[in-house]
Ligand binder design. Structure first.
Ligand SMILES: *Cc1c(COP(=O)(O)O)cnc(C)c1O
Length: 352
């Protein structure tokens, strides 16, 4: 395969002259900033909220760079990874002409983002073991297939995709391969971030919304070649990560140890929850999980879902999703939340 970024990019993006903000045009130190029509008097909040934030979030990226062992130049930050998905779609996929390939059952945003951008979708289902169907993927790809989205660990199935299969795609496909690692911190397997130099077509997505516990801040990351990151920066809204998010993110990134403790506890709770659920007769199967949730097959998913709602417990009904018949997706909670959900399902089992 030969990878050529210029062949993949849309023409309008190749020619795009990006918006040049005041903070792009002047980055140095000064004591009087009269270039951005900000309110020089201040704000009702802390003083510095009157100023536009750093468009390229350098401080946050420097901190992430040391945590992830990825150079700053290979990092893009999005308003959630959902923004990264959308930016990639707009960079590479010509509306009404190009297509992406996804492997259902998987994260719903790839499909929604494609629809919003009028990009066609090729679907190649995972195998019954929730692994990639390589021959079918090869068969489905055509000249207009610009991006393959792989989610590992996968949502909603919870398992990791076989590394060898992912590498076969990376080595043989000349379009963009996105590996969505939203749940990588809960996985037994290592991230692809240290493989960036080997694969010019690789984009890795991670997020602060899951293991880091910062879903409300909306910070997602893309790791890729400098060339791809450059294109993504051209397309994104200039100030896509607001000042409050940048500050709070920086503060949180100091606490790697605390986050690692939470991850260990969530993984331990996940395994305990699986064990407890398996003792209940209505629970037919629990799929192996490398994430912070379990895909649980039960005898009557919709009835159980409603019963749990009546008890004030919300889980995700995935029973209408292909290959997930009978399944609920249950996020691992605190020890007491896990006890409540287990007890509620036990009660339902006795009553039904
Ligand atoms: C939760 C999730 C995300 C996170 O999206 P954010 O926009 O960063 O909150 C991305 N991908 C997958 C597969 C997810 O499950």
């Amino acid at each position: 395969m030969t990878f050529d970024l210029n062949n993949l990019l849309r023409d309008n993006i190749k020619k795009l002259v990006p918006y040049s903000s005041a903070r792009d045009e002047f980055k140095g130190e000064a004591n009087t900033f009269l270039d951005a029509n900000e309110n020089s008097f201040g704000s009702p909040l802390t003083k510095w909220y009157n100023r536009y934030p750093d468009p390229l979030q350098l401080k946050v990226k420097e901190k992430l760079s040391s945590i992830k062992a990825v150079p700053v130049e290979n990092i893009f930050l999005g308003n959630g990874s959902d923004e990264c998905i959308d930016v990639l779609m707009r960079a590479f996929c010509e509306p009404g002409k190009d297509n992406i390939l996804i492997c259902p059952p998987t994260y719903g945003m790839y499909e929604v983002s494609a629809h919003i951008n009028d990009v066609n979708i090729k679907k190649v289902s995972l195998t019954p073991a929730f692994q990639l169907n390589l021959p079918a993927i090869e068969e489905a790809i055509d000249d207009n297939t610009k991006i393959i989205f792989l989610c590992s660990p996968n949502n909603p199935t919870g398992n990791s995709l076989d590394r060898d299969d992912i590498e076969i795609i990376l080595n043989n496909y000349s379009g963009i391969v996105v590996i969505d690692e939203a749940y990588i911190n809960f996985s037994r397997f290592r991230s692809f971030t240290q493989e960036l130099n080997d694969y010019p077509n690789l984009v890795i997505l991670q997020t602060l919304s899951k293991a880091w516990g910062l879903a409300a801040l909306r910070v997602g990351m893309a790791f890729a070649s400098q060339e791809i990151i450059h294109v993504m920066n051209k397309i994104k809204p200039p100030y896509n990560i607001n000042q409050a998010s940048q500050e709070l993110t920086l503060q949180a990134l100091e606490e790697v140890g605390q986050v690692n403790d939470m991850i260990r506890e969530i993984v331990a709770q996940r395994d305990l929850l699986a064990k407890d659920l398996l003792t209940i007769p209505v629970v037919q199967k629990i799929y192996p999980s490398d994430a912070n949730f379990l895909l649980v097959q039960v005898t009557a998913p919709k009835a159980l879902y409603k019963y749990l709602l009546e008890k004030g417990i919300v889980v995700r009904d995935r029973s209408s999703v292909e290959l997930c018949a009978g399944c609920l997706r249950i996020t691992v909670g605190t020890p007491s939340e896990n006890v409540s959900v287990v007890n509620a399902i036990k009660n339902w089992d006795r009553e039904s």
